[in-house]
Design a protein around this ligand. Structure first.
Ligand SMILES: [Zn+2]
Length: 224
């Protein structure tokens, strides 16, 4: 077995990273330079929820696991890419919309919701993304799924501007089951091969409610 292709599903981290409403963008400050110290080094200040990142149960649950307590098995697995593109602003994705992939929702599967909304990244419209209805999230959890990713800032409706949102049903369903949610994915349209293998390991942040990840999809070949 060998990896024959790796597709990057992650956003760059920097001052241009689009932050969730209320969060600041990351700041990178050069703390040593080749000219002065003989080496480059940088201080990084960022939210645990900037860019492509994983949510830990502690994000919403006082007794929930911290990101450094979650089993690493949650962050790698066979990807089930649900193509739910073509939906309108703030439209709910219902359990019935996931019907074509239902037989693949099994323990260990990583369900990636391909909304196409990553095309709006960097604009206000990015926050008007489609979202996973609570009943759909509970259907996935009941099937044993514990890892859900989305190419949008959240699998729940995002409160922004005049829109108050509609609660945190999906976060509560997935995180309440001890799972994780990977947000701000991109590049899902590049997955043109069967059975992509997903990995997005979070930084081992002490008592973190979330952490940045480098999300990738890999193609494996049986030969060699
Ligand atoms: Zn988050």
């Amino acid at each position: 077995m060998r990896v024959t292709r790796i597709v990057d599903l992650s956003r760059p981290i920097g001052p241009g990273t689009q932050a969730f409403p209320g969060d600041r963008a990351p700041e990178l400050t050069r703390s040593a330079t080749l000219a002065e110290e003989g080496y480059n080094s940088t201080e990084l200040h960022m939210s645990t929820h900037n860019g492509t990142h994983a949510d830990a149960p502690f994000h919403f649950l006082a007794d929930g696991a911290r990101v450094d307590e979650l089993p690493l098995e949650l962050f790698t697995g066979r990807a089930v890419v649900a193509d739910v593109r073509g939906r309108g602003d703030r439209s709910p994705i219902a359990a019935a919309d996931l019907g074509p992939w239902r037989g693949r929702f099994v323990p260990g599967a990583v369900v990636l919701l391909h909304t196409g909304w990553s095309a709006h990244y960097g604009t206000d419209r990015y926050f008007d993304h489609p979202y996973l209805a609570g009943d759909a999230a509970r259907m996935l959890v009941d099937a044993g799924v514990r890892t859900i990713g989305i190419d949008a800032p959240s699998p729940d409706e995002t409160p922004f501007g005049a829109h108050p949102g509609s609660g945190w049903d999906t976060h509560l369903a997935v995180l309440g089951a001890g799972g994780t949610i990977i947000e701000n994915l991109c590049g899902l349209e590049l997955l043109d091969f069967p059975d992509p293998w997903f990995s997005a390991f979070p930084l081992r942040l002490d008592s973190g409610d979330g952490a940045p990840v480098r999300a990738v999809a890999m193609r494996w070949s049986a030969d060699g």
